[in-house]
Design a binder for this molecule. Sequence first.
Ligand SMILES: Nc1nc2c(ncn2[C@@H]2O[C@H](COP(=O)(O)OP(=O)(O)OP(=O)(O)O)[C@@H](O)[C@H]2O)c(=O)[nH]1
Ligand SMILES: [Mg+2]
Length: 230
Amino acid sequence: MDKVKIILVGESSVGKTSIITQYLYKKFSPDEIKSTTSCDKWEKEIKLENDKIIKCEIWDTAGQEKFRAVNKIFMKNTKIAILVYDTTNKETFVQLKYWYNTTNEINTNFDVIFGIVANKSDLFELRQVTINEGKDFAKNYCNNSLFFETSALDYDSINSVFYDLCECYDKREEEKKKILEKGENKEEILKIKENEEYEENRKNSMSLKSLEKKKKDVVEGEIIKVKINL
Ligand SMILES: Nc1nc2c(ncn2[C@@H]2O[C@H](COP(=O)(O)OP(=O)(O)OP(=O)(O)O)[C@@H](O)[C@H]2O)c(=O)[nH]1
Ligand SMILES: [Mg+2]
């Protein structure tokens, strides 16, 4: 199975890097993390309850506005997009529409699985966006996407984001397989095949390949980290 590309996007300071750090290293280190100015990716295997192992690539992106153009290159081939906003900053929630639409535009086969993440839930006294607003956005604007409330201080809340989205991805892939095996629904089969072909072409995208040449591999225990300088 190909590696599943998971990308975290959202405005600067919403907590994307902190979420990844908690997930991979089980720590929250506000003093160590600086605003991201590169594109980093990590490789990790996620074991599902059915014992299936999903090989993931987790991509962190830079949220600052000046990186928007280059981010678009990294957003190609996304299988799972985690859209993060900061519950204590309404503007980051408003901007999620941009991240949702851009992810869909770049991955025009509309096959991306989305997770909407309301982060910094520990700062409840500073909250500017209600849970219902977040849920409503996930349901009505993002085509019934999964919604999560997280705090980068709380491992369990972060773990469920990655686990549930991988499970959702696995279920969808199984459904696709069944459709292909049955061979009855010609329209669906054509769509699946078209998507596969489209993905194959995108994999050979020159822009991404040339940027990946700048990468530097760092092996950190079991986790492989790849840094791509912008
Ligand atoms: N209290 C609290 N602080 C958080 C949480 N997540 C992140 N932070 C803090 O928010 C600030 C920004 O976090 P980052 O992880 O750097 O945010 P980012 O989305 O990666 O930002 P860019 O790299 O600029 O795109 C840091 O000071 C973090 O310590 C959270 O869940 N709760
Ligand atoms: Mg960051």
